[in-house]
Every structure is written in C-alpha cells, then in structure tokens.
Design a binder for this molecule. Structure first.
Ligand code: ADP
Length: 404
C-alpha cells in the first residue's frame, strides 16, 4: 500500500497555513494556521476533522518553531509527521519565474532557482523558502514538492507575456508578465468544464478570481492564454488594497512632483489603494452595506471595481473568440451576488447574463447562475488551492490514483 497523506504548507513571512489531506477521498484530516510568528503573541489554531478546534498562544520564534508546534498538534490527533502514511509535503511557492512550468520535486538546484527569483518576488519567495527548509529539516527523507502560483500561466504566448518595452532591458531584468493565483485558475477552469459536463481540453473559460487579491484569466482548452496580473500581483483588476492597472507615469509623477520614494509608492499602490484607497474599506461585505445605505464614496469604489472587471471580461472574450463559461471564484466571487450581477450587466449581446434567482442562492458547491439555455454559461466555482496543491504533489510522487 502506498502512503496516502499529503501535508500542504503555505508559508508567509509571519504565518504558516497547513492542511493534511487523505488523497483516497481528498478529505481534510486537519487544517490550521500559525499567525504572528516571531512575535510574543503568536497563535496556533488547529482543527482536526470532526473535532474541536484547539488554540495555542505564546511566543513562536520562527518557522522552525511553528512547524514543530504543528507537528505536535498533529501527533495529538494520531496524525504525526513521522507517520509512514505521509507521502509528501506540497509547498505553495509564489514565484516560479518562466521555467517552472510544472510542480517540481525540490532539490538543491530547485531551491537555488527559487532563491534566484527573490528579486521579482521579494515578499513571498523568501518566506516560501523558509517553509521548505524547515520542512526538509524535520523530514529529510520525505519528498517535498513545490507548486508554483505562476506555473499555470507559463503557457501564455509571448504576445500576452511580454510588455512592449525594450527587449534587452526586459530580458536583463527578467521583466515579463508571469501572472499569479495560477493554482486557483487551473483548478477552477477544470472544475468549470466538469460542471458543464465537458472535456477541459475543449472548453474555453474566463476565470475571475476575486479575493482580497484579484485576477482574471483567459483559459483556452485547459491552457492559460492571458492573465491580468503581471511581473507582480499589482497589475490588472481593482483589488482590496492594490490599484491594478494604471498609467506607469503616475509613479514618475509621484516621485518628481509628490517627492515620494520608490518604497513609499510601492506601499501606496500595494497596500493603500484599490477599494481601501477609494473608500476606506476593502471588505466587499462592508462596501455593499454602505452602498445600500446610500454612501456615495462606497458606491463610486464599487463602480470603479465593476468597470475594470467588465473591461477584462470583454478583453478576454475577444482574446478567446469563443467563450463557453465565465467562472466566479474566491471570497468576493463566491459570495458577492451583487458583484456578479453588476459585472455582467449590459453584456447580453455577448450571450452573457445572470439569472437573479440562481445568483441569490448561497452554497459551497459549484453551480450555474446563468439563465436556462444561455449561450455562455456563468458559474460560481469555489476554489480549492490546497486540494490542487495536494493533488499535483501526490500525482508527482505516487502517480495518479483514484483521486480527482
Ligand atoms: P485572499 O485569499 O485574497 O485573502 P479571499 O479569497 O479569502 O481572499 O477573499 C477575501 C475577501 O472576500 C474579503 O476581503 C471580502 O471582501 C470578500 N468576502 C468574503 N465573504 C464575503 C461575503 N459573504 N460577501 C461579500 N464579500 C465577501
């Protein structure tokens, strides 16, 4: 019998999210999160399947301490990391550059390449590397697999992946459009085809991943042909705290006329822009509550958000030529019916519409919200990045079994 469990780790600079999955039925055996690593007030929240959540406070100095604490909690549930049932550890790695097109078993060369990509992912890749090295130290014998946020987008043609800037300068500094949220776009585009009863290889889908970070992608026959994030996650849609698309000259203007430094502008555009910059809130629930009360600032923020989203839907319709489905996913996409309705309003000529009643239904399952007989299906498809990471990891280490 092959081992059947996969531990998925998502390491941030001060956090560690984890899920232990049983790949026989893709079920969660345990999920949890360590927050505020490196502070006095670290917190571990651990939830075993079918059991009560447990919390642990106190200082956890580093990722090594965090993973050891996680291992102890898992062991209390009989799910210890020393178990022969554990097949592999799958790591979310944000930036895989141009060359990591697939999930990859981690060795020294892979670690060196992830490290070499730090200049294009200064916030994420160092944290991901720390998570990998910590897990390797704990179980040096176990395969560790990197699943890259960028990998799904490496199929983009050069016409979509290149910026129209001097080629030599671009290549020297590895400037191109990489795209992110790829694990989600891969999972959701495939799940959408399955919802329609179609072969993913013959299905064209526009995926709208609308969380706090947000991105759109155009997927032709299971392969990404365009996506809205670029060199970094700043490009594209209006997000919770990011501006998305903008004339790059705004930056020179802020430097020359506003006297701001590169770091200040980085913070402005990544942390203080988007919905929070426009109206002071980045949670769509709060924005909708304010809109319903007649708050004009919140209404303008909502309108700007929807305008950008609609432009991308139109653009990707044109990129694909034929669209089988538009799929909404992530926190906003899965929950905010007014966003879905507004984004497609006026696109009936393109065969795109939302059925009011279907759109109002809440649920955790993938579902259609377009009217009966619509030319293009509109769907809500909950994303599951951890399952996708576990599936890709397991397939690489053990080979495809009866998991989906
Ligand atoms: P991320 O992974 O990018 O942090 P999520 O995909 O979890 O984000 O999405 C978080 C966002 O989803 C919140 O900021 C909020 O705007 C939105 N959201 C969550 N639940 C709802 C809801 N019931 N209605 C509207 N928006 C929601």
């Amino acid at each position: 019998m092959s081992p059947t469990r996969v531990l998925v780790l998502n390491s941030g600079s001060s956090s560690l999210k984890y899920q232990l999955l049983d790949m026989r039925d893709s079920s969660r055996l345990a999920v949890g999160l360590v927050e505020r690593i490196g502070e006095q007030t670290s917190r571990l929240k651990h939830t075993p399947a079918g059991g009560e959540s447990r919390e642990r406070g106190g200082a956890i100095a580093d990722h090594d301490g965090a993973l050891k604490a996680v291992a102890e909690e898992l062991a209390r549930d009989g799910l210890g990391l020393d178990s022969p049932e554990l097949a592999a550890i799958g790591h979310r790695v944000v930036h895989g550059g141009k060359f990591f097109t697939e999930p990859t078993v981690i060795d020294d060369a892979v670690l060196a390449e992830i490290e070499r990509l730090i200049p294009v992912a200064p916030l994420h890749n160092p944290a991901n590397l720390t998570g990998i090295r910590t897990a390797q130290a704990l179980r040096p014998d176990l395969p560790q697999v990197a699943v890259f946020d960028t990998a799904f987008h490496t199929t983009m043609p050069e016409s979509a992946a290149r910026y129209a800037i001097d080629v030599k300068t671009a290549d020297e500094h590895r400037i191109r459009r990489y795209g992110f949220h790829g694990t989600s776009h891969a999972y959701v585009s495939r799940a959408t085809a399955e919802l329609l009863g179609k072969d993913p290889a013959e299905t064209n889908v526009i995926v709208l991943h609308l969380g706090n970070g947000a991105s759109a992608s155009a997927v032709r026959g299971g392969r990404c042909v365009d996506t809205s994030m670029g060199l970094t996650p700043l490009e594209g849609l209006v997000m919770g705290t990011r501006s998305g698309d903008m004339d790059p000259a705004v930056i020179f203007h802020l430097m020359r006329v506003g006297g701001m430094s590169a770091d200040e502008i980085d913070t402005l555009l990544n942390k203080k822009s988007g919905l929070i910059g426009l109206c002071g809130d980045n949670d769509m629930r709060e924005i909708r509550r304010r809109v319903d009360e007649g708050d004009e600032q919140a209404e303008l923020a909502f309108d700007i958000y929807i305008h950008r989203l609609k432009k991308y839907i139109g653009a990707y319709y044109a990129v694909l030529g034929r669209v089988d489905a538009v799929a909404f996913t992530a926190g906003v996409g899965e929950n905010a019916a007014p966003v879905r309705a507004a984004a497609l309003t006026g696109l009936e000529e393109l065969g795109l519409a939302v059925d009011g009643e279907r759109n109002a239904v809440r649920g955790d399952e993938a579902r259609l919200i377009s009217p009966e007989g619509a030319r293009v299906a509109v769907a809500v498809v909950p994303t599951d990045e951890e399952l996708e990471i576990a599936t890709q990891t397991y397939a690489l280490v053990i080979g495809s079994g009866n998991h989906t």
